[in-house]
Design a protein around this ligand. Structure first.
Ligand SMILES: NC(=O)c1ccc[n+]([C@@H]2O[C@H](COP(=O)([O-])OP(=O)(O)OC[C@H]3O[C@@H](n4cnc5c(N)ncnc54)[C@H](O)[C@@H]3O)[C@@H](O)[C@H]2O)c1
Length: 272
């Protein structure tokens, strides 16, 4: 039970997949100060099989917003953000975005920024599967010279992606580059695997100046992310090895925890 001393807030989810299920379980079982009012999914029948019976489900954004969330958490993919993001923001509700790579499309970024201005709302970008974005964003204030991101994931994480056309995933025995280029192209080419490149770009020197290398690596110890940045502040290296979620090898467990942290933060007395 939430106590009289706790701040409370209400949230709704878009999506009912791997991240949404971790969030819903955690909010229901451990965090009564955040009330989950419901979830939207394009396939309500399938969502019902995955999600706790206590969570109201809908395929209608109007209905979801009618349940009165103060914050909507998109964790459903680039298409879902394009479909619902602007409407959420225009209707006066802040939006926490998991599928940040979708912002690599300039027209969607502009539309969401305009909707947020119209609705007096904010687009919130979580650190997701990576970290170090606080340092990167601080460094940007003084001036950044270069930001490089390197991602390594086990071979199975690249199945069902354009990597299958770049290399033969069945015969890879050593770390093999499947992408090299800008954060913009990485995020658009690998919408489920490269959201972190977009978050890194937005925190640092932008989609086109951020250099990205992605590997399919049979020796990867998990989903590995590394940022190297240089600028007036000096230099830093951030790296993390993530355990993927069992329900979705493309998604790191830290991504789900990061979204949870963002949802829980407004109810915290000390904010970090
Ligand atoms: N920022 C990060 O670091 C990071 C890390 C991992 C994943 N992600 C993003 O989060 C998303 C969700 O991850 P996941 O592992 O939970 O994925 P998932 O594939 O397990 O679940 C996706 C869910 O979204 C639903 N969905 C798809 N299109 C929809 C639409 N148009 N409208 C409503 N619902 C829709 C699906 O039915 C499913 O329930 C990923 O697609 C990816 O874009 C971001």
């Amino acid at each position: 039970m939430a106590t009289a001393f706790m701040r409370t807030c209400t949230v709704a989810l878009i999506g009912s997949g791997a991240i949404a299920c971790v969030m819903a379980r955690s909010l229901l079982e451990q965090h009564p100060q955040v009330r989950l009012v419901g979830a939207l999914d394009q396939n309500v029948a399938r969502a019902r099989q995955r999600m706790d019976a206590r969570i109201p489900l809908t395929a209608s954004l109007d209905e979801l917003l009618g349940w009165g969330p103060e914050l909507v958490v998109e964790c459903a993919g680039h298409a879902a953000l394009a479909e619902h993001g602007a409407a959420v923001l225009t209707r006066g509700v802040d939006l926490l975005v998991a599928s940040v790579g979708a912002l690599a499309r300039p027209e969607l970024e502009s539309a969401l920024r305009a909707a947020a201005l119209t609705g007096g709302t904010h687009i919130r970008i979580p650190s997701g599967a990576i970290g170090g974005l606080d340092a990167l964003a601080s460094a940007r204030v003084g001036g950044l010279d270069s930001v490089r991101y390197v991602g390594r994931k086990p071979v199975n994480a690249w199945r069902g992606t354009p990597a299958e056309k770049v290399i033969d995933l069945d015969t890879v025995t050593t770390a093999t580059v499947i992408f090299e280029g800008s954060a913009r192209d990485a995020a658009l080419t690998y919408p489920q695997n490269a959201n972190v490149t977009a978050a890194t770009a937005l925190a640092g020197i932008g989609f086109d100046a951020t250099h990205v290398t992605l590997y399919a690596d049979p020796a990867a110890r998990g989903n590995e992310h590394q940022i190297d940045a240089e600028g007036r502040f000096g230099s830093f290296r951030f790296s993390v090895i993530n355990v993927p979620l069992p329900e979705n090898p493309k998604t790191s467990s830290l991504a789900a925890y990061s979204l949870l942290r963002c949802v829980l933060a407004p109810a915290e007395t000390i904010q970090i």
